[in-house]
Design a protein around this ligand. Structure first.
Ligand code: SRM
Ligand code: SF4
Length: 589
């Protein structure tokens, strides 16, 4: 029976099954795939007597254990108590093999494994839109990929034909689409072989680590964020094999390191932001710590200073200790109130900092470093050709409309990166791609490559700043289609308007705001609307997001705007004319 049919049957079963467990075949608990993770600071002892090997309680010390068991704990805590998300990565190979060999069927599967726990292995069942197919989210510290990895990614989605595509994400990462669970083993193994991983990219774990997309070639950076983020990734996730100790956080956690005044990775909307600053006395580069930035359905808030700076030597143990404090002391009740900001607010900033110091064995932190700049700094535009700090070399930023990629694109990016650059690329939080280390003399031939007909190095003033989340093509939360609509709307606006400055338009399919509507000059968030008295797909409009130095979140401007082109395009035209100085093109009048 096709997974689609099985799933609809299973969907009915889900409603009838109060225990939420359908498994008729219980998979044996596989041995952990790798040795224990390296540890920068000692973990508190966790008593495990009487707790099953598979329970999420196994890695939780008190008082987190009590919170996870509390009757007010949210449903995901109950799912984790029953069986830890880390089992998804210890079982996924066996599961995939059993399915492939016909020794197991979709009907044998545990629904919580398929729809929830697999996310710890980076496998997201797209049950609502494409039943039976999975999205695989990678981990890509600093958004960096080399040609071998790009070619491998092409090979993973190519077999799925029209279903196989990929997206650059708003956390400078890659998501692959179209997978059958049967293929998980070979793809994950293949990712490891080329130095990539999908483990711990979803659910209550740390998301992709973001940094400066032009790290190492940037004339203005204070520090190269790549080695720091690679080390952090290796430490937090056991070299991509998964670290069970951090598989049961109260909620997801976003971490970034910013090394320039541009704040490319948006420290203000990350749960943990490390802002590189040069200490005026020692000359050393240290990190001011900000915490608690987040978007959600219930709350959108920028991060607050933790009131300290840390040294480069403290960066890894500090991060590890912060995660343990969050794991052990973070709230596990109402799911909408479990992000880091809630933990910091409940514990108090000073006490939270003190706990981190204690978990580090009595560390001391310096006060934050205040840096005064005489001149304001305009956040740099990464599109186009730019001289690197290495004389004679350039980085080339190209616009990938809405971040959508296909197998052939990965292969072309690999070829172009090798032929003209150093064989590597970086993907950005704006869902674009950057080629690095291109010698001056190779620029003209490189720009003549067919790839740049589609991925333009000098896109229009709207397209260059356009961002879009996944939307209803694949995402079950979406209230609207986003990616195709974003490209079409922006194209129409560029055809009809004369713009004098870039305007960043962010499309996001629902209030989770993965497309960061509150970050855009204009933010469009999927929301209900009515047209001629009938419910239609619509948007809430936000205006005035500022990024870089002194960031601000966009504010709600209007709601209930129908998403149909005949309404949306004229309304956006008016906004661009009234608020952003655009003019109607003479030919379009
Ligand atoms: Fe997100 C959940 C896609 C960045 C806030 N996000 C989801 C899920 C996993 C929901 C689901 O299971 O379908 C979406 C998967 C759709 C799909 O098929 O692609 C999804 N989020 C994305 C991506 C792919 C959007 C994109 O097109 O780029 C981004 C993947 C980043 C990555 O590589 O890891 C993505 N999500 C974000 C961001 C932006 C950021 O990190 O700067 C946010 C807002 C910032 C934040 O997290 O504070 C974001 N996503 C959410 C939330 C709301 C979190 C909350 O605290 O309530 C959810 C819902 C949830 O976690 O329950 C969510
Ligand atoms: Fe899905 Fe909503 Fe996130 Fe868009 S914003 S990817 S629709 S959860």
């Amino acid at each position: 029976m096709a997974p689609q049919q099985q799933l609809s049957r299973r969907a009915h079963a889900r409603m009838a099954c109060s225990s939420r467990v359908l498994a008729t075949r219980v998979l044996a608990v596989a041995a952990p795939l790798a040795p224990p993770a390296p540890s920068a600071s000692p973990a508190p002892a966790v008593p495990t007597v009487g707790i099953s090997e598979r329970s999420g309680l196994k890695h939780l010390p008190e008082p987190a254990r009590a919170r996870a068991l509390d009757r007010k704990a949210n449903k995901f805590e109950k799912i984790k108590v029953e069986k830890c998300g880390s089992t998804a990565w210890t079982e996924v190979f066996e599961l995939s093999r059993l399915l492939q060999e016909g020794k197991s069927t979709w009907e044998d599967l545990n629904l919580d494994d398929v729809d929830i726990r697999m996310k710890w292995a980076g496998l997201f069942h797209r049950g609502k839109r494409t039943p039976g197919k999975f999205m695989m989210r990678l981990k890509l510290p600093n958004g960096e990929l080399d040609a071998r990895q790009l070619r491998y990614l092409a090979s993973t989605i190519a077999p799925y034909g029209a279903d196989g595509c990929a997206d650059i994400t708003t956390r400078a990462n890659i998501q692959l689409r179209g997978f059958a669970l049967e293929d998980a083993e070979s793809v994950i193994q293949g990712l490891w072989d080329v130095g990539l991983t999908s483990f711990q990219s979803g659910m209550d774990s740390v998301r992709n680590l973001t940094g400066n997309p032009i790290a190492g070639v940037d004339p203005h950076e204070l520090i190269d964020t790549r080695p720091l983020l690679r080390e952090m990734e290796a430490m937090l996730f056991n070299d991509g094999r998964g670290r069970q100790e951090f598989a049961n956080l109260p909620r997801k956690l976003n971490i970034c390191i910013s090394s320039t005044r541009d704040d490319f990775p948006h420290t203000h909307i990350n749960d943990v932001g490390y802002e590189a600053v040069r200490h005026p006395e020692s000359g050393e580069v240290v990190f001011n710590v900000v915490v608690g930035g987040m978007f959600s359905i219930k709350r959108n808030v920028v991060s607050i200073p933790l009131g300290c700076s840390i040294t480069q030597q403290q960066l890894m143990p500090f991060t590890e200790a912060l995660l343990r404090v969050f794991r052990d002391h973070g709230p596990r009740g109402d799911r909408q109130q479990t992000r880091l900001m809630y933990a910091v607010e409940a514990i108090g900033v000073e006490k939270f900092k003190q706990l981190i110091a204690e978990y580090m064995g009595g560390a001391e932190f310096a006060p934050p470093v205040h840096v005064h700049h005489e001149q304001p700094w305009e956040r740099r535009d990464l599109m186009g050709v730019h001289p690197q700090r290495q004389p004679g070399l350039n980085w080339v930023g190209a616009c990938v409309p809405a971040g959508r990629l296909h197998a052939a694109d990965f292969a072309e990016m690999a070829r172009v990166a090798e032929q003209y650059g150093d064989g590597t690329v970086r993907v950005t939080c704006e869902e674009n791609v950057i080629f690095v280390n291109v010698p001056d003399e190779k620029i003209p031939a490189m720009l003549a490559e067919p790839l740049f007909q589609r991925f333009k190095v000098n896109p229009g003033l709207l397209l260059r700043g356009m961002v879009s989340c996944t939307g209803n093509q694949f995402c079950g939360f979406a209230m609207v289609e986003t990616k195709q609509r974003a490209v079409r709307v922006v194209q129409a606006l560029e055809e009809q308007l004369e713009l004098t400055r870039p305007v960043r338009i962010h499309f996001t399919g629902c209030p989770n705001s993965c497309g960061q509507a509150q970050v855009g000059d204009i933010g469009l968030m999927g929301a209900p609307a009515k047209l001629d008295g009938k419910a239609v797909e619509g948007f809430k409009i936000f205006l005035g997001g500022k990024i870089g130095e002194n960031p601000e979140l966009a504010k709600k401007f209007e709601q209930g705007v129908p998403a149909v082109y005949s309404h949306l395009i004229p309304r956006l035209k008016e906004i661009l004319i009234q608020e952003f100085g655009a003019k109607e093109k003479a030919t379009a009048a």
